[in-house]
Ligand binder design. Sequence first.
Ligand code: IPE
Ligand code: IPE
Ligand code: MG
Length: 236
Amino acid sequence: MQSERTPGLHIGIIMDGNGRWATARGLPRALGHKAGVEAIRRVVEAAPKQGVGTLTLYAFSCDNWKRPETEVSALMGLLRLYLRNEIARLIENGVRLSVIGRRDRLPEGLAADIARVEAATVTGRALHLRVAIDYSARDAILAAALAGAGRKDIGREAFSALVTGDACVPDVDLVIRTSGEQRLSDFLLWESAYAELHFTERHWPDFDAADLAEARAAFQRRDRRFGGLGATSAAA
Ligand code: IPE
Ligand code: IPE
Ligand code: MG
């Protein structure tokens, strides 16, 4: 479904470190994922107040199916609970939720839950929350290339719409990855061509509004040049 572009920054977050957070506390990894859902709630509430219009959260990658079955089912169960429990709050706060990624491999009923929340929140304008589930950026680019094959006139903008599946989603301004790792792990590879990157040691379950504000402040200090000379150099 097409919609208007939500004004504001597009921030992508690779929510990493749930397992390490739990292990450091002697807890099972699943409890780290549960605490990670609380962090999602905090950040979704904080984002619109910090000038974020689009927030894309990496929740489950295509490669995460390699994990033990027990962990995968715990994660899928939490995603389902989040969708079911959150719907009223999302509507109340004007949050539009969309899910990106494959839906054909999800456990029974989850795709229907996703469709229900997407339909119920479609008019939300305060924040466009995109949750990446069974998502691979390389697969999204490959699918777009196949869909655009034979269209010789296709430009970057039209191709971007094929990659994101939504012409109203802007390029990513800032990618945040928690828990110390400094890699993209197949997240928004096309959309992040000129994104600023912010890495923090904080494990995802501990991430809060202040961490988001710190990342925003660091972003604000960057000189984005997009291949040109940018504000600082051009003035010299
Ligand atoms: C992020 O935390 C959640 C997912 C990738 C699903 P991890 O589960 O990757 O946590 P670590 O990296 O093992 O600490
Ligand atoms: C990336 O985290 C995927 C998500 C956050 C959903 P991983 O923990 O799976 O990534 P790698 O294996 O450390 O690169
Ligand atoms: Mg990890």
